[in-house]
Design a protein around this ligand. Structure first.
Ligand code: SF4
Ligand code: SF4
Length: 336
């Protein structure tokens, strides 16, 4: 029989997890916007809208110290961050476009180098995804192979039901462990009646065809046409659940300080600036071309995955109205 949890018990689950000293993060109203934030109680969870920023910063913070250094007795002492202190975390209420992103990012953070800051947080996290019933015009998850009820990336997946409760599916062992440890909060139902999923107007894109076009059009008038107006603000990358570029800088003096890892964006004019002063992506359309190439060709070449979940955040955030879904649609319609 399908397993279910009532809305009240979902909130009780959060209360219990907090009592167990876990960090519980979920969509929470913060002034006029909803953001993923630590929840002090189940009553703080809000599932009415997509959080403004994605959940990637849970695993890949905007900025973090990776070591500190101090000169002592003429010698430089380096102190690593104690990653064993990263807390057990439950991300709860992530729609499919956010729940899917860590599973996409795992590939790059464990490829030529194991980024233990990211990976330790992933090991200590459980993701409770939820089917999306509230998309908007900017959403296009179905066009990139996901769906409002896609379970990819979730450990436990909830489907809102018409009676206000949720059908539950343990997708991974972590999800099963979460349910087993709190079995009293879950029940069974003879049948379930799912609430309508979010509607998506965008056509289905042929990602194979798009990739093939990209392979043959590194140089193409399209790039200038679509991205001449890009102001290189980086908002699209920072708000994206899948963008993952970062830079590393030392902050401090020659005597003491810290080394920090912080987000970067390929839209920034200096992103590829060489020490010599040469910049291979010297104009904005080359930088925007990289954004599309990386998401729909290079990442797929390397890892067999598309670096976009169709969340629509970059469409909503772009100050000059550049719409990635429209661009993909344009490429999809091309015949050559
Ligand atoms: S590229 Fe845009 S639509 Fe795709 S995942 Fe990133 S923010 Fe969302
Ligand atoms: S948000 Fe828009 S203007 Fe800013 S870098 Fe991205 S595409 Fe360019």
């Amino acid at each position: 029989m399908p397993q279910i949890i009532t809305e009240q018990n979902l909130r009780n689950l959060i209360d219990l997890l907090v009592k167990e000293s876990k960090v519980v993060v979920g969509p929470k109203q913060a002034d006029s916007v909803v953001l993923y934030q630590p929840l002090a109680a189940g009553s703080e969870l809000t599932l009415d809208s997509l959080p403004r920023r994605s959940a990637k910063e849970l695993f890949f913070p905007i900025c973090e110290k990776i070591l500190s250094y101090q000169r002592q007795d003429g010698k430089m002492q380096v102190t690593d961050v104690d990653r064993s202190r990263f807390p057990e975390t439950v991300l709860i209420g992530a729609p499919p476009c956010d729940a899917a992103s860590p599973a996409i990012l795992d590939a790059v953070f464990s490829w030529d180098y194991n980024d233990e800051f990211y990976l330790e947080r992933r090991r200590k996290s459980t993701i409770v995804g939820i089917a999306c019933t509230k998309g908007d015009d900017a959403c296009f998850c179905t066009a990139v192979g996901l769906a409002p009820n896609a379970e990819a990336g979730s450990d436990l997946f909830l489907t809102p039901l018409k009676d206000g409760s949720y059908a539950c599916k343990a997708v991974t062992e972590k999800g099963k462990a979460l349910v087993d440890a709190h079995a009293g909060l879950f029940g069974e139902a003879a049948s379930v009646d799912a609430a309508p999923f979010a509607e998506q107007g965008t056509e289905k894109l042929d990602l194979v065809k798009i990739k093939k076009w990209l392979e043959g059009h590194f140089e193409d008038p399209l790039w200038e046409k679509i991205s001449d107006i890009c102001v290189g603000c980086g908002s699209c990358a920072f708000i994206c659940p899948a963008c993952h570029c970062f830079d590393i800088n030392d902050e401090g003096s020659t005597e003491q300080g810290s080394r920090r890892k912080h987000w970067d964006a390929c839209g920034f004019s200096k992103f590829t600036n060489h020490a010599s002063g040469h910049n291979p992506r010297d104009v904005q359309n080359k930088r925007y071309r990289n954004r599309i190439m990386h998401k729909f060709k290079y990442y797929d070449d390397k890892f067999g995955k598309t670096l976009c979940t169709g969340c629509g955040r970059c469409v909503r955030a772009c100050p000059v109205g550049i719409d990635i879904a429209e661009i993909l649609s344009t490429i999809n319609a091309k015949q050559d």
